[in-house]
Design a protein around this ligand. Sequence first.
Ligand SMILES: Cc1ncc(C[n+]2csc(CCOP(=O)(O)OP(=O)(O)O)c2C)c(N)n1
Ligand code: SF4
Ligand SMILES: [Mg+2]
Length: 285
Amino acid sequence: MAKPQDFNTHVTPTWCPGCGNFGLWQGFKESLSELGLEPHQIAMVFDIGCCGNGVNWHNLYGFHSLHGRTVPVAEAIKMANHNLKVIAASGDGGGYGEGGNHFLHGCRMNFDITLLIHNNQIYGLTTGQASPTTDTGMETKTTPSGQLEQPFHPLQVAIPQGASFVARTFAGDIKHCKEIFKQAIEHKGFSLVDVLQPCITWNKVNTFQWYKERIYKLEDENWNTKDKDAALIKAGEWGEKIPIGVLYVGDQSSYESQLPQIKDKSLVEQGVTSGDISEFLEEFK
Ligand SMILES: Cc1ncc(C[n+]2csc(CCOP(=O)(O)OP(=O)(O)O)c2C)c(N)n1
Ligand code: SF4
Ligand SMILES: [Mg+2]
């Protein structure tokens, strides 16, 4: 069985020492190990950003996508090969901003993919501009007199939009990350995990301490994950108290398990090979 360290490559992470991404990463590797998965059984699509740079130090089938485009690439991989566990990893900027449209439709299509959002409430890699989840009033490079816009509430959008597994965890709690990731990966449908991930370099407001003072665990309250209406209300809770855990679990009949052309055999099992596309490419010369 693969150990967490078997999912490392020889590349040393370039994340800032102390970044929340390290805890998230550790929880993620432990979840893969405990699920009994091997590197060759996982395809992971990475966005552009600090989160996305992780493609270089994850030992699995990695694909470095374009900014905001992880979801459609992950869906395509799942269509091609149902046997792979398909995971998309994105920042809050890529996942909810540039990729907002894909996020909406990914929720309602319900492919069996897992979307992990490294939500640091900032554009990290480009050195600290406001992102969709930046809280109102926060001063950033692009909002020097304070963010005027309302923040995007991903869980509150995902639930009515059709996502069938909706959860939040905190990068400062590795064990919690691991448990939530395991459930998300096992779920047969579109799983969103919004990970509160402190960026210690560019976000001096939403720090580890800031989150620790606010978060509480739904599992401590015997939360009923089947109550969609209650989940929607809970998803809007943000500020003085922030719930983490699994908010909602719905229908597990994924898109690819119902599409007649591929439901029994994915494309790779049907022996579909790449054809000659040279004529098509002429158009772009
Ligand atoms: C379409 C597009 N827009 C903008 C950029 C520039 N860009 C690269 S990384 C980045 C910020 C990424 O922020 P986020 O997605 O939150 O990830 P983080 O770095 O915070 O992990 C931006 C704006 C890009 N590469 N492509
Ligand atoms: S800039 Fe922020 S999110 Fe990016 S690696 Fe550094 S601490 Fe982490
Ligand atoms: Mg970000």
